[in-house]
Design a protein around this ligand. Sequence first.
Ligand SMILES: NC(=O)c1ccc[n+]([C@@H]2O[C@H](COP(=O)([O-])OP(=O)(O)OC[C@H]3O[C@@H](n4cnc5c(N)ncnc54)[C@H](O)[C@@H]3O)[C@@H](O)[C@H]2O)c1
Length: 268
Amino acid sequence: MPKKQRPSGPAAVVTGAGRGIGRAIALALIREGFDVVGIDVVFEPENAAQGLFEVKEAARKLGGRFLPVAGDIARIDDHDRMLDAAVGVCGRIDVLVNNAGVSVAKRVDVLETSPESYDRLVAINARGPFFLTQNAARRMAAQKPRRDGLKPTIVFITSISAEVSSPARAEYCVSKAALSMTATVFADALAAKGINVYEVRPGIIATDMTAGVKKKYDRLIAAGLVPQGRWGLPEDVGRAVAALARGDLGFSTGAVIEVSGGMNVRRL
Ligand SMILES: NC(=O)c1ccc[n+]([C@@H]2O[C@H](COP(=O)([O-])OP(=O)(O)OC[C@H]3O[C@@H](n4cnc5c(N)ncnc54)[C@H](O)[C@@H]3O)[C@@H](O)[C@H]2O)c1
């Protein structure tokens, strides 16, 4: 029997949705009834085993709608096309999750950090999301408010590295600190327009990004680095973003939500 079409839900755009934390955020939002537009620089329609088209299939199994869109968030001149694709299918943008980001290609001491690596990280992790948010916020401000009262919401996935120093990947820390202030400035500027802005700061999360340093973090976690005593999972971040998107923290714009198993707790 053909499945009954459900009415379209509110629309969320998630960057870097093809794997890891972005994938988990997309699926958590699908579970909340959002239609999700997933943007990723890796776009392989023939590959249903991983990437955006695997997420699309996973969303379908949950009864949700997921639209894969190719895009590099560092390319500001291409942002209109990416967001137009979302509006073209969903009619509006209710939620933007700035998740896409990269780590350093190679860990080197801060005395050896190259300008090329610095520029790459800042372009993808901070400059791209700043202007994507500017673009999306203009659209959100021009949209009619939703009848169900759901407020437009923007989430930045930063990192504990926004304030915890790692001299072997200084440019990552700097880019995330810049992204953290980006969240603050937009929260301030958009509050009067009824758009809520949040920063989510993951700690050590098990994804491809951290696969290369798994042994190191296994050791540190076993030695007590994370008070809650385990790796974070992409789903831990997904659930936090879903709570923000559905408005559970509706009177807390500008809030920083740590998803780090207590790494924010100062200890003696
Ligand atoms: N994994 C962690 O421990 C951890 C901790 C704190 C913060 N974060 C942050 O969370 C976010 C997601 O991390 P992850 O661990 O899932 O990483 P990941 O490398 O597993 O996935 C990142 C996704 O973003 C996409 N992407 C990369 N550059 C892009 C670009 N320029 N435009 C569009 N898409 C792009 C990739 O193709 C990939 O699908 C990143 O911003 C990262 O800095 C991760």
